[in-house]
Design a protein around this ligand. Structure first.
Ligand SMILES: [Cu+2]
Length: 103
């Protein structure tokens, strides 16, 4: 039990540090992938995308649910939109850090 508490304390300490370093700085970190919005869940900060290959995560195209790093990211897109987005693995969850309608 004590071990678990120590682990959780360590996780909660490292999480904000990771969030700070997750800001896109390199080409790979800012790579945009193509997708189409299938569903938006503003209550849970989640979005379902049918996406093309995500090169920075070595993921082939599929339809899946993503977390968004901030609820405001969901304001600029709607169901049916073709979008460009960037996703990072943050604390084990695929998390969208940027998303915008495709031109
Ligand atoms: Cu996927």
């Amino acid at each position: 039990m004590k071990k678990l508490i120590v682990l959780m304390a360590a996780l909660s300490f490292t999480a904000p540090l990771y969030a700070q370093t997750a800001a896109p700085t390199s080409a790979a970190a800012s790579a945009l992938s193509d997708g189409v919005v299938r569903k938006i869940d503003t209550e849970n900060n989640k979005i379902t995308l049918k996406h093309g290959p995500i090169t920075n995560l070595d993921m082939p195209g599929m339809t899946m649910v993503f977390q968004v790093v901030s609820p405001t990211l969901l304001n600029g897109v709607k169901v049916g939109d073709a979008v460009k987005f960037h996703v990072e693995k943050i604390n084990g969850a695929m998390t969208i850090t940027a998303i915008k309608p495709a031109q």
